[in-house]
Design a protein around this ligand. Structure first.
Ligand code: FAD
Ligand code: SIN
Length: 528
């Protein structure tokens, strides 16, 4: 049986973007905040380094803008950059007003500001080395205390409920209640996708399995354009240890003096870039990939042991403890590290209010494409984008509420699927095959032949996924496989369309950067 619930706004995703949107809407607005796992399971909670914002007297908005443009390799939308960067201070003040306990220091800003790659100044405000956890806990606590916000955890959105033809109007979403194993229909005046990125399309990822690009896939199926999916950011330093899946070693370690080394203890980054370990991420990850292939080694090393032990323990208490639990003492030993898929720079095309191509549908945070990141995101700009975009989106929805005083008639829904875990083994196998395929062929260094091979094999996985989907059963793994195969196709299509190397997309067949920088925009129903 299907259950229908009615809200003014449904927000799919309870990370930084979804929570901020919910908290920035007026108290009179009835909100459903939906997340497919526990509410704190997305990337937000794992964020370590912090939030980039101009807070120091010696820093300037223009410098932050310039650093973002430089990292973005000529592809950032200048207006989007200016918009996000200029709202840095206000965003931090809002987070403090919500109760986020940023680490303080006797600097002019009052905060301890750390350094990360690509930034010309110390600009990253943080809560020790667990910034995301502090932000997530604080905002979730705030959301939990609001009478107008209903939190639905373990609710997995399947598809949007759209009506009409171009432009379509979104009236909510179909959602799989994972605990009660039933489909619920959420009707709403406005729907916000805040579902995070698609980095779990890769076998080595700093993200959890839930980063399966669900929001991007739902929007695409619903008729929205998607852009720049070829720009998958690989973070240079994830812990290389058989038991430590997805453990990031923050870039802030390099900001505070950590050095990247070969197994013989020699540094290599000065040979690749004048900024050495603090070059933008695309350059560091590619240099590591090159060194690992050249030396035939499985990992390289990040060494901060030349710094005083007390300094390391006080700045990086969580990383220190977690590494220690794997038998690595970062105060004395170099840490084995490898690059891993970390961030999706492309996503659902939106304007500065988060509006998508579908009426009533918005996208904020990592699943959206605002033009901020260009061909490579600058470190710690992602959380900032979540806070700024979510605020603008909430303001727009608040104004637009008056135009839609009543809930529009809900669209019909006649699908009648049964919850079923029967195919779990095969689904997990398909997901693993897909992730390996993407890692091997659509990774840090690409070739046209590799991309074409990946596309051909992907089609087989899509056919298998479609077959399972048509079996009138439903499960979490099936929904995620369906979305992962779709976003992987979008990544490969964008990568094949880009006949140059720029930022995070490096092609052996087109190693030069083109003179003119263009976004790769895909439109549903049109061949790229
Ligand atoms: P997320 O926080 O990923 O939240 C997505 C939400 O959507 C989750 O609640 C999830 O359950 C829900 N969801 C997804 N699909 C569905 C569905 N189908 N149905 C229902 N719910 C769904 N950025 C920085 O700026 N600074 C940092 O220091 C930093 N460190 C990072 C460290 C790590 C290890 C990682 C992985 C990322 C880091 N990033 C950092 C990037 C940043 O954390 C993310 O880009 C940002 O948190 C994304 O926020 P979001 O709200 O868009 O998505
Ligand atoms: C990190 O702490 O290295 C992650 C920062 C980011 O992804 O912006």
């Amino acid at each position: 049986m299907q259950h229908r619930l009615c809200y003014d706004v449904i927000i799919i995703g309870s990370g930084a973007a979804g929570l901020t949107t919910a908290l920035r809407l007026p108290a009179a607005v009835r909100i459903a905040l939906i997340s497919k796992d526990l509410p704190d399971a997305g990337a937000t909670c794992w964020a370590q380094g912090g939030v980039a914002a101009v807070l120091d007297d010696h820093d300037h908005i223009d410098q932050h803008v310039q650093d973002t443009l430089t990292a973005g390799a000529g592809l950032c939308d200048q207006q989007a950059v200016q918009n996000v960067v200029s709202h840095g201070r206000e965003s931090i003040q809002w987070l403090i007003s919500q109760g986020v306990p940023f680490t303080t220091a006797s600097q002019s800003s009052g905060f301890h500001l750390t350094q990360e790659g690509g930034h010309s100044s110390r600009r990253i405000v943080h809560v020790a080395d667990a910034t995301g956890r502090a932000i997530s806990n604080t905002l979730l606590q705030q959301a939990g205390s609001k009478a107008n916000i209903d939190l639905f955890s373990h609710h997995l959105a399947i598809d949007l409920l759209n009506v009409g033809t171009l432009p379509t109007r979104c009236l909510g979403a179909s959602v799989f209640d994972l605990k009660h194993r039933q489909i619920r229909l959420f009707s709403s005046r406005f729907t916000v996708l805040a579902c995070g990125g698609a980095s779990s399309a890769y076998i080595f990822s700093s993200n959890g399995d839930g980063a399966s690009g669900d929001g991007i896939a739902m929007a695409w199926r619903g008729g929205c354009r998607v852009a720049n999916m070829e720009f998958n950011q690989f973070h240079p330093t994830c812990l290389y240890h058989p038991e430590a899946r997805s453990m990031l070693i923050s870039e802030a370690l390099r900001g505070e003096g950590g050095l990247l080394k070969r197994p013989n203890g020699s540094r290599f980054m000065p040979e690749y870039d004048v900024h050495a370990e603090l070059a933008p991420r695309d350059i560091v990850a590619r240099a590591m990939d090159c060194e690992m292939k050249r030396l035939g080694v499985n990992c390289l090393y990040l060494d901060i042991s030349h710094k005083p032990a007390d300094f390391i323990r006080s700045h990086f208490p969580n990383i220190y403890q977690r590494c220690l639990s794997y038998g690595i003492d970062i105060t004395t030993d170099p840490v084995p590290v490898v690059p891993a898929a970390h961030y999706t720079c492309g996503g659902i095309v939106v304007n500065q209010h988060g509006q998508t191509d579908t009426q009533g549908l918005f996208a904020v945070g990592e699943c959206s494409f605002t033009g901020l990141h260009g061909a490579n995101r600058l470190a710690s700009n992602s959380l900032l984008e979540c806070f700024v975009s979510a605020r603008h989106c909430a303001q727009w929805i608040t104004r637009a509420m008056a135009q839609y005083p009543n809930l529009p008639p809900a669209p019909a829904w006649n699908e009648n699927r049964q919850a079923d875990h029967g195919n779990m083994g095969i689904l997990i196998h398909h997901i693993k095959v897909l992730r390996r395929l993407m890692w091997d062929n659509v990774g840090i260094v690409r070739s046209t032949a590799g991309l074409q091979k990946a596309m051909a094999q992907l089609k087989l996985l899509q056919a298998a996924s479609r077959q399972l989907h048509h079996d009138r059963t439903i499960s979490k793994h099936l929904i995620e496989l369906r979305n992962l195969t779709l976003v992987s196709e979008l990544i490969i299509r964008c990568a094949l369309a880009r006949k140059e190397s720029r930022g995070l997309h490096y092609s052996l067949d087109y190693p030069e950067r083109a003179n003119v920088a263009k976004n790769t925009i895909l439109t549903p129903g049109q061949k790229s």
